[in-house]
Design a protein around this ligand. Structure first.
Ligand SMILES: NC(=O)c1ccc[n+]([C@@H]2O[C@H](COP(=O)([O-])OP(=O)(O)OC[C@H]3O[C@@H](n4cnc5c(N)ncnc54)[C@H](OP(=O)(O)O)[C@@H]3O)[C@@H](O)[C@H]2O)c1
Length: 280
């Protein structure tokens, strides 16, 4: 199988590339191609003759999207459509990475793949519109929604917590947003398996279980054996430019329907901390 990965230099891409053995995989960053350039995307996809395209390239600065709305839509929606059109004309499968931020966060039970989208942030809107346009282009395309991604390949929440905990006696972390932390390594495994199974439609792929950011931070500090106090605060006390869903737990049913299961987040964060210490 020939595979083309857009966003290979990102947090997820860096976990995905070395894992994907046994297939011919080409990874691209924004230096190789800007997905806003439809002609260049088309040309590259034709040239690579890929069977599968993984679209992990995106403008992922959630707060930045609020003040750079045009750029956010140009990359995350229009860029995704450029890749989708190129995939369709080349007859390739497409796996598009989307987000829990397509939901409004008002539910209190896990979001199913067919729950209706109602994004509140600009970032969430760009992803929701991209999902709709891609599935209009080809309902067989695969939309993989994930959340709270962490890994050694880039900036992430555990990394920030460890850095801050090293220099402060106490940290304030929001305790009224609940979601699913997801280790890039585990998501990469799931993506490879989904492509090999020719998956299509909307799939939720996160580590198992859920927690608040506060609970996640507590666990990170505990595993690191640090004495830093983690204090529970509310979203209202930590105002940020982009609204975040209060509850964005994604149900694993759609993933289980492909006979794929991801480990619990508690197990994932332990492995991340071990891997991180090897990198230090
Ligand atoms: N991080 C999360 O918590 C999270 C949660 C849910 C969903 N997701 C989704 O998962 C996917 C992977 O996220 P990530 O955290 O790995 O992202 P990331 O670390 O921010 O990496 C983004 C990637 O996209 C590339 N890129 C950005 N703009 C581009 C453009 N105009 N043209 C071509 N490539 C461009 C970057 O290339 P350069 O390195 O050259 O800039 C980089 O390879 C994204 O679709 C994201 O929306 C992420």
């Amino acid at each position: 199988m020939r595979v083309l990965v857009f966003g290979a230099s990102g947090l997820l891409g860096k976990a995905l590339m070395p894992k994907w053995c046994g297939d011919e995989v080409t990874g691209l960053s924004s230096r190789d191609v800007d997905i806003r350039n439809a002609n260049r995307v088309h040309e590259l996809v034709q040239q690579e003759r890929a069977d599968w395209i993984v679209l992990a390239a995106a403008y992922t600065d959630v707060d930045g999207c609020e003040s750079n709305r045009e750029l956010a839509f140009a990359v995350n929606r229009d860029g995704a459509v450029n890749v989708g059109k190129a995939a369709r004309s080349a007859g390739a499968g497409l796996l598009f990475l989307s987000s829990d931020y397509v939901f409004d966060g008002t539910k209190t039970t896990p979001y199913e793949a067919d729950d209706s989208r109602d994004p509140r942030s600009v970032y969430g809107k760009t992803k929701a519109e991209a999902e709709v346009r891609l599935l209009d282009l080809n309902p067989e395309f695969c939309v993989v929604r994930t959340s709270w991604l962490f890994g050694t390949g880039g900036k992430c929440f555990p990394d920030t917590i460890l850095r801050l905990a090293a220099s402060r006696p106490a940290l304030d972390v929001v305790n009224d947003q609940r979601g699913c932390p997801t280790y890039a390594e585990d998501l990469a495994d799931a993506i490879i398996r989904l492509c090999r199974k020719n998956a299509g439609g909307i799939v939720h792929a996160t580590n198992g279980g859920d927690c608040t950011w506060f609970e996640f931070a507590q666990r990170i500090v505990a595993i690191a054996g640090m004495n830093t106090e983690v204090r529970s605060v509310s979203t209202q006390q930590m105002v940020r430019p982009a609204p975040r869903p209060a509850y964005s737990v994604l149900s694993p049913k759609s993933l289980h329907s492909f006979a794929i299961e991801m480990p619990a987040w508690q197990d994932a964060i332990e492995r991340y901390m071990k891997q991180r210490s090897c990198h230090d």
